[in-house]
Design a protein. Structure first.
Length: 519
């Protein structure tokens, strides 16, 4: 794949389309969760058991590991030595796989301790504590499979094969839907079927990518060689990257830990709202970041300073073009969206109302979450790990301070302490994104192209027009509650279509053209 701007756009569309399919199925999965287990104690137990390996997957496989591995592999490829690149993949697969086997074994044995660490509030409920520990033993091997899947995906992305890694998460959602719809009947407690669905999904996702690696002649033959210079470089880069690239995920996990002390249902309310924020973040923010990192790494390897800056500028503009209206729409339509997707059987109106508050709070930080996904590769492509570490630690400390400042009064006066957790995470994300941006500007790595003032004015007017239309057309909540699922779905689809049409029309009317998206 070339590095032309339009090729980046095209690759982003491909990744976004695959990710959109995955996210839609993810919503179907979460709907099945809501119908099957609702937002009670058992649901809280499963979400904790699923969140731990999923968090570690984002932290290592998609976070620090990918950001450290891709630039090193790009250097090997730039040198034109295919044999050395294959040898690097073999040794990284051996080191990663062997380490994960040990970690997985320890975690299975120490599952009760993990429950105590990640959900200390569950210790006061013996049954909830026991169930969570048993579910962790089933779900934790997912980390082993999905981390190796992340290695395979990083290799494929480096060679411009973006569609396969982007499609792979679809298999997770299909397995979990099958577990909820088909497997739950075979277990006395339905959440066990979901846990086994996670296990099977990890295995299938890894197996799916292997043939495509074979076509590139990059199928790993794992070798245990920690002394390899490439492995050592990746390890050196990974350590600090754990903080720099994954602060948002750490903050979300801290939210879950604190939520375990809040009223029953708080973990589930945060989960449902976080899942909806993940939809635009995954489809657009992560899609842009996925295609931009290998390209930035190649620009750095070839000392193309102007091209490096230009790609960052393109990524930031694309994030704002999509992220700003998505954030405003989630704020305005938080309760209607949650009602349409999740309020059936076990999920009650109060659960929806509580989740809508945290969804609106998370939406405050949506643009920042997306900006981080684009700004962080600007450091990691240059193998600068120290700066994002300092920024990440600053943001994480600020998040914890804001947690305490917001959760205690919101819980004490209004019983919505979980909203304080979401809002603190959103505000910390803005701090993180702002400091990353300032660092790139100060080092002259990023130089904004002309036309930002005009572009921001255009975006702001279009986003405000869209928000006004959504507020005007949105029916009363009593109507949403009275409608059945298809009436809710039709009205929600109509609102989304109307908002998108107004946004696009105003942008076009103010002069935006397709060529602007290609630089």
């Amino acid at each position: 794949m070339t590095d032309k701007p339009q090729s980046l756009l095209r690759a982003s569309v491909v990744v976004g389309a695959m990710t959109l399919l995955s996210r839609v199925l993810g919503l179907a999965r979460d709907i099945s969760f809501a119908v099957l287990v609702g937002a009670g104690a058992n649901a809280d137990s499963f979400f904790i058991a699923f969140k731990i390996p999923n968090f570690l997957r984002r932290l290592f496989a998609e976070g620090a590991f990918a950001q450290a591995f891709v630039p090193v592999l790009a250097e090997y490829r730039e040198a034109g030595d295919a044999a050395r690149a294959r040898a690097l993949v073999d040794r990284v697969a051996g080191a990663l796989g062997g380490s994960l086997l040990v970690v997985t074994g320890v975690a299975i044995v120490a599952a009760p301790l993990l429950t105590l660490v990640f959900a200390p509030g569950f210790s006061g409920d013996a049954e909830k504590y026991r169930l969570t520990s048993e579910l962790i033993r089933i779900t934790f091997p997912y980390l082993f499979f999905i981390s190796l899947t992340g290695l395979a995906g990083a290799v494929l992305n480096s060679y411009g094969r973006f569609a396969v890694p982007a499609f792979t998460p679809v298999l997770l959602n299909l397995c979990l839907i099958a577990g909820a719809v088909l497997g739950a009947r075979y277990f006395a407690e339905p959440v066990y079927a979901l846990a086994w669905g996670v296990f099977v999904a990890g295995l299938l996702q890894l197996a799916f990518q292997l043939p495509f690696l074979g076509r590139l002649q990059m199928l790993p033959r794992p070798r245990w060689d920690w002394g390899d210079s490439g492995v050592q470089r990746i390890l050196a880069l990974m350590g600090p990257a754990l903080f720099g690239v994954s602060v948002s995920q750490i903050n979300l996990l801290l939210d879950t830990v604190l939520a375990s002390f809040l009223p029953t249902g708080s973990v589930s309310w945060l989960y449902f709202s976080d899942r909806l924020v993940e939809l635009p973040l995954g489809v657009f923010g992560i899609a842009i970041a996925t295609v931009i990192l290998p390209s930035l790494a190649r620009d750095k390897a070839s000392d193309s300073v102007a091209a490096f800056s230009s790609k960052l500028d393109w990524g930031l503009r694309m994030v704002l073009l999509i992220g700003l209206p998505a954030a405003l729409a989630l704020m305005v339509l938080a309760e209607p969206v949650l009602t349409t997707l999740f309020q059936y059987r076990e999920t009650l109106p109060r659960d929806i109302a509580m989740a809508s508050y945290s969804l609106a709070a998370y939406a405050v930080g949506l643009v920042a979450f997306m900006l981080i996904k684009v700004l962080a590769p600007g450091y990691y492509a240059r193998q600068d790990m120290k700066t994002p570490v300092r920024i990440g630690i600053t943001a994480m400390v600020a998040n914890m301070v804001m947690n305490l400042a917001l959760v205690i009064p919101l819980h004490h006066f209004w019983q919505i302490g979980h909203v304080g957790l979401a809002l603190a995470t959103a505000l910390a994300a803005w701090l993180n994104a702002g400091l990353l941006w300032r660092g790139l500007r100060r080092s002259a790595v990023y130089r904004p192209r002309a036309g930002w003032g005009r572009a921001m004015l255009r975006l702001s007017v279009a986003a405000l027009a869209m928000t006004g239309v959504l507020l005007w057309l949105n029916p009363a909540m009593a109507d949403w509650q009275a409608w059945n699922w298809w009436q809710r779905s039709l009205h929600l689809a109509g609102l989304c279509a109307a908002g998108a049409a107004v946004y696009a029309a105003v942008l076009l009317g103010l002069g935006l053209r397709l060529k602007d998206l290609r630089h």
